[in-house]
Design a protein around this ligand. Structure first.
Ligand SMILES: [Zn+2]
Length: 466
């Protein structure tokens, strides 16, 4: 038996793990590396194994850094099942079609340059057709039902509390003349008290725990503060007649913000102003939330009961389907709230809103997600006073606020709590930069006396000591 860490071991993106049990090879997550173009090109072109030798694939959730290389896997010859939860099965087509569009657009853009220089054509990493071929292989399962994998391996998906449909897993691997090895797999662990999602399940009775460590060195503001933090900033901006611009990821964060606004409107804590969702993809994802409402948290139902309206697709929410709809919002001067993609302001319709509103001191931009280095979102977060949008310089006069209560990842104490509850014989920390991984490892070694491994990409283990 061998477990290989092929991606997302010592960084937070490109998760890929391969289990080889002799008779079968099972892939856990197949994510895209997201980062600087050259690095992404190098890491994403090579899966790290022959795709056709894999017998089954399991996907923990629909974030691109966990599922975005599936079309490449299929393009390179994989024909087996892709197991995931039902909600993830609904989300994958939306996410992967979008990813394929980006790959195609990216290649077309690069080819404009290469054509001029007479260089060879850039082939997209995968196409929409490859993505479509992937959808046929998706096998949805309910949470808490045993999934039989090749080689006698059994899998149970439990609630991760991270995004809709996200799962942590218990993996049971048969061993000759011994008890099966039980692995806990939590490579994106969510948080307690997120408004639409049920809390993460406890991973107990596992021999080894493979755990993410994105925020192994940081504490978030409590998720419960999110509503009040949002209320204060939005009230301030609307109070001076400004527009509220919220760059948002289409999956989860957009629905979370809409839920909070629905709650604030219902209680009278916010004046009713027009709210625009300027992201067709977020709109599509919201419909998938409705379809999967049986797995949503009780708070969703309470608010729905109280208002007689959906907290995710409320009647007051105005969609901007076309670019012209989007332009009508940017030209309007009335106080309003605009949610638009992308979450880090690096592309998407949010750029048009920022272009028309960032130089107005009455307006405000609320950052509610992680802002990577070298993105416009990070520059705004850092307080830069002059930024480039579509190649032109703009003065930043609008108020820029970051709300830290919005995070879909467990923080240092929530990760520690997961290990505390699981009490594995060994902890393996992945999905983190070096500093957070080491600091979390130290905490676990010191307090719980549990051995901790910090593998790098390309490493593997045979679990001989367990
Ligand atoms: Zn994730």
């Amino acid at each position: 038996m061998k477990w290989s860490f092929l991606g997302g071991a010592s960084e937070v993106t490109g998760s890929k793990h391969l289990l080889d049990v002799g008779m079968a090879r099972i892939l856990f997550d197949c994510g895209l590396y997201q980062g600087p173009r050259q690095m992404a090109e190098k890491l994403n072109r090579n899966l790290g194994f022959p795709a056709a030798t894999v017998d089954a694939a399991v996907v923990s959730h629909a974030h691109i850094d966990h599922c975005g290389a599936l079309p490449l896997l299929v393009k390179e010859g994989y024909q087996g099942p892709i197991h995931c939860t039902s909600a993830t099965a609904d989300l994958l087509p939306v996410m992967l079609r979008d990813a394929a569009n980006i790959q195609e657009a990216d290649a077309a853009y690069l080819n404009q340059k290469t054509n001029r220089k007479g260089l060879p054509q850039v082939v997209p990493l995968y196409t929409t057709a490859d993505a479509e071929a992937t959808f046929r292989l998706i096998r949805p399962h309910a949470y808490d039902t045993s999934i039989e994998l090749p080689g006698g391996v059994k899998l149970l998906h439990l609630e991760a509390g991270h995004i809709l449909g996200a799962a942590i897993a218990k993996i049971k691997i048969p061993r000759h003349g011994r008890d099966p090895l039980k692995i806990g797999y939590a490579v994106d662990l969510g948080r307690r008290h997120l408004p639409l999602l049920r809390d993460p399940a406890e991973l107990t009775g596992v021999d080894v725990l493979i755990l993410e460590s994105t925020y192994g060195d940081r504490l978030h503001d409590a998720a419960r503060n999110a509503r009040e933090d949002l209320r204060q900033v939005v009230t301030r901006i609307l109070g001076r007649g400004g527009k509220v611009m919220i760059p948002t990821f289409a999956l989860e964060r957009a629905q979370e913000i809409i839920y909070h606004l629905a709650s604030l409107f219902a209680s009278g804590d916010l004046p009713r102003v027009p709210v625009y969702l300027d992201s067709p993809m977020a709109n599509a994802v919201s419909q998938i939330f409705e379809k999967n409402q049986d797995i949503l948290d009780h708070e969703y139902y309470e608010l729905r009961e109280r208002t007689g309206d959906s907290p995710v697709t409320p009647r007051w929410l105005r969609f901007a389907e076309t670019v012209n709809d989007s332009k009508a919002i940017t030209s309007s001067k009335e106080p309003s709230i605009v949610l638009a993609a992308a979450g880090m302001c690096e592309h998407g319709r949010i750029l048009h809103h920022l272009k028309h509103g960032i130089d107005n001191p009455a307006n405000g931009v609320i950052l509610v997600g992680y802002q990577a280095v070298n993105t416009l979102g990070r520059r705004l977060q850092n307080g830069e006073k002059k930024v480039k949008i579509f190649g032109d310089d703009f003065q930043v006069a609008a108020e820029i606020t970051t709300l830290n209560a919005f995070s879909a990842h467990a923080d240092r104490l929530e990760l520690f709590r997961c290990v505390y509850d699981a009490r594995p014989k060994k902890l393996i920390l992945v999905h983190g930069e070096q500093e957070p991984r080491e600091r979390l490892a130290k905490l676990v070694r010191d307090r719980l006396r549990i051995p901790v491994d910090l593998p790098n990409n390309g490493d593997s283990t045979e679990f001989d000591d367990l």
